[in-house]
Ligand binder design. Structure first.
Ligand SMILES: [Zn+2]
Ligand SMILES: [Zn+2]
Length: 261
């Protein structure tokens, strides 16, 4: 099983996952041209993708979906609530490629078990995904305001997890964002800050998660080094940092291919 964050952050998100015979693209938040280029850097021809899975309708997750599907004849999977919002801007997606999943219910794609699970975020119905094949599980969970016991239980035992460390609260508060935007980001349906990310990871590391990629970092309100230090120190204080590997997802480049054996 392989996972590669192709791009991550509010400018655009896309993650490539190979599991069983499935080649999945979770979100396509840059243009078709740029996603094609990023896939090319890791040797993947977009024509060979099994499907695009959409977490939610925010533009940093769907910018390239319409043209990618149209150009390469790719099925697009999203829940009904998200499709209802997306449909008007998805005229290039052929009817046969409009695929609807039910959130919080798993389905199978080319030998991979896909579980879309609901997360609190200010979109119509945002989901994260776990993908399981051959006894290995990876998780992609960015764009959420907080975690609860249900989300932690779904992500527990992931062999590899892409998880959100969006912002540093002090940087956000001192920064130039308008008050309402700050409030939105800080809310329980906004984005995870570094400390809350660390606290969620304490529980996940206790469940056996050892490999984590921190993603969806804010360009204005975070730094990779700051996110890394903040999260690691929460893990260290809780005494669960031993053997845990942390990486940071690049904003506009493939971060590397993470193999889960
Ligand atoms: Zn986003
Ligand atoms: Zn979002």
């Amino acid at each position: 099983m392989k996972l590669c964050p192709l791009c991550s952050g509010s400018s655009g998100n896309a993650t490539y996952i190979e599991a069983g015979n499935a080649r999945l693209l979770i979100d396509a938040g840059l243009s078709c041209k740029r996603i094609t280029g990023l896939l090319g850097k890791i040797g993947v021809d977009p024509r060979t993708l099994s499907a695009i899975l959409v977490t939610h309708e925010h533009v940093d997750h769907v910018r390239g979906v319409n043209v990618l599907s149209k150009t390469y004849d790719l099925p697009v999977y999203a829940n009904a609530d998200t499709w209802a919002v997306l449909k008007p801007s998805m005229s290039g997606v052929a009817p046969k490629n409009v695929c609807v999943f039910e959130s919080d219910r798993d389905f199978y794609l080319a030998g991979a078990r896909v579980l879309p699970f609901s997360v609190p975020h200010d979109a119509v119905h945002c989901v994260g995904f776990t993908v399981t094949a051959a006894g290995r599980k990876v998780g992609v969970c960015t764009d959420l305001g907080h975690v609860d016991a249900r989300i932690l239980s779904i992500l527990s035992g992931c062999d590899l997890l892409l998880f959100e460390a969006n912002h540093d609260v002090d940087m956000l508060m001192a920064g130039s964002y308008p008050y309402l935007l700050k409030k939105r980001i800080l809310s329980g349906s906004g984005h995870m800050n570094n400390e809350d990310c660390g606290r969620a990871l304490v529980k996940l590391c206790e469940s056996g998660v050892k490999n984590v990629i921190l993603g969806h970092l804010s360009r204005e309100n975070n730094y990779p080094e700051l996110a890394m230090v903040a999260v690691r120190s929460v893990l260290e204080e809780a005494g669960v940092a031993d053997g845990v590997r942390l990486a940071i997802a690049e904003r506009e480049e493939p971060t590397g291919i993470f193999e889960v054996l």
